[in-house]
Design a protein around this ligand. Structure first.
Ligand code: DLL
Length: 439
């Protein structure tokens, strides 16, 4: 479909600050943020050890005097060790997706929620949303930040929300049709599923009002965008974020489609080599490191996102001068995103090893036969338990499937293997085979 250019809408003048203005604002806000972080025992220790005070920062680049904050630091301080405000100031909790294990809880003050809605409003407007639109949100509502984050952003713009939540494709189609939604919010892979279902149900495009889609929360490609735009006859824009930093709203695309603009009045962005931890030159892929300098409840200083992307500067055709990021091209850890849910192979391993008979030799095969991700876990059974009695094996298989579902929130198909079937490794085990071709 040919792109229908729309005016590069800007929601807030902050988005048009010059580079110098952005840097000045960041420096001021970083110093204020350091003061707030003094209430967090983890940062107190960091500041004491490094002799750091707000006056240690003469320029934004001095942020490198601080060590990184990692997901492990958050886990070590679970659930609320990173709170920078008294508990009674918290009005909302979210968490990282898909796990029932202890991972990360994210807290928000009222002010954090207002800023979050504002940040989401900005990328929505820059992607074409206007107050007269109706938007169907097909993200999960719950601990996951996608549903609520986008919901309040849409309301902030003044558009109408249909909080359809995730799944139930038939009902999604019914709502799209009956309420004539102009815009869709979901993961790119779910948008593809909807596009297929629209075809399968023989719904005529003229029965739908869709014009825009705001897609994010998982990696996707330019060719996937084209497939979606052609089949759904929409403009699809990309947006990026992560719960530890705030949720969606960290960066988003403008009509120029030349990368996602970071909301730099709220975040200080660095891009590092994940091995040497040194900054990479602009235009070289590296790991994004983000500091959330406006957060009240849980500010993060130099948080290692593990997301690999490339950063660009330079004035964009939309008039913004903020740094932009490419699509996320990989991870510097082994996290997988399955149907929009973040999963670590270690969670699957821990779950299957709770079942008697399962050997610690397994392989995780991820594929996307059509539009939905599928995971098959191949597990060896220990020799003492392995039997050719179908009923015994079926029971073990079901137990493992249940344990994995409990641990990850996802259904995965388990295949049991006789002892010594899988390859043994001398070095680092390669347990994940990701066959998804993001086309
Ligand atoms: O996925 C926040 C979000 C919700 C973003 C809705 C956009 C829309 P988490 O569950 O914490 O938060 O997962 C964060 O998802 O570190 C990336 O690896 C991945 N991710 C998020 N957006 C994109 C994107 C939300 N546009 C993790 N492209 C991040 C590629 C993305 N990967």
């Amino acid at each position: 479909m040919s792109r229908q250019p729309h005016k590069p809408y800007v929601w807030n003048f902050c988005e048009l600050l010059s580079r110098n203005e952005i840097r000045d604002l960041q420096l001021y806000r970083l110093k204020e943020c350091i003061k707030r972080c003094m209430k967090v025992p983890f940062y107190q220790k960091v500041f004491k050890e490094g002799g750091i005070t707000p006056d240690s920062f003469k320029s934004v680049d001095d942020i490198r005097k601080l060590p990184f904050t990692t997901k492990q630091d958050l886990r070590n301080n679970y659930p609320l060790g990173f709170l920078a405000v008294p508990r009674e100031k918290i009005v909302r909790y979210h968490g990282s997706t898909g796990t029932t294990g202890k991972s990360t809880i994210i807290a928000y003050t009222q002010n954090d929620l207002e800023i979050w809605a504002e940040l989401c409003a900005r990328f929505l407007v820059s992607g074409g949303l206007q107050a007269h639109h109706t938007v169907q949100v097909a993200f999960g509502y719950g601990l996951f930040t996608g549903g609520f984050g986008l919901h309040y952003g849409i309301e902030h713009v003044g558009a109408a929300v249909i909080p359809a939540a995730s799944g139930n494709t038939k009902r999604q189609l019914m709502l799209l049709k009956d309420l004539q939604a102009d815009a869709l919010v979901c993961t790119p892979s779910y948008a593809l599923t909807l596009a297929e279902a629209i075809q399968a149900e023989k719904i005529e495009r003229s029965e739908l009002a869709l014009k825009l889609a705001f897609l994010g929360s998982e990696p996707w490609t330019e060719s996937m965008r084209q497939a979606l735009e052609n089949s759904l006859k929409i403009l699809g824009s990309n947006n990026y974020g992560l719960s530890e930093i705030i949720g969606p709203g960290v960066s988003g695309e403008c009509p120029e489609r030349s990368g996602m603009h970071f909301q730099e009045d709220n975040f200080i962005i660095e891009c590092i080599d994940p091995d040497t931890l040194e900054p990479v030159p602009e235009g070289t892929p590296g790991e994004l490191v983000i500091s959330s300098i406006m957060r009240e409840a849980m500010p993060m200083l130099r948080y290692r996102t593990r997301d690999i992307a490339t950063i660009y500067s330079g004035k964009c055709g939309c008039r913004r001068e903020t740094l932009r990021m490419s699509r996320v091209t990989g991870r510097s850890d082994d996290m997988l995103i399955i149907r929009g849910v973040n999963v670590f192979p270690s969670q699957i391993e821990e779950a299957l090893l709770t079942i008697e008979g399962a050997a610690p030799h397994y392989q995780i095969l991820v594929s996307r036969p059509k539009t939905m991700d599928e995971v098959r876990v191949r597990v060896e059974i220990v020799p003492e338990i392995f039997s050719d009695k179908m009923t015994d094996m079926t029971q073990i298989k079901q137990k493992i499937e249940y344990a994995i579902r409990q641990a990850t929130g996802l259904s995965m198909q388990v295949e049991l293997l006789p002892p010594m079937t899988l390859e043994r490794f001398e070095g680092k085990a390669k347990r994940v085979i990701d066959e998804r071709k993001l086309v």
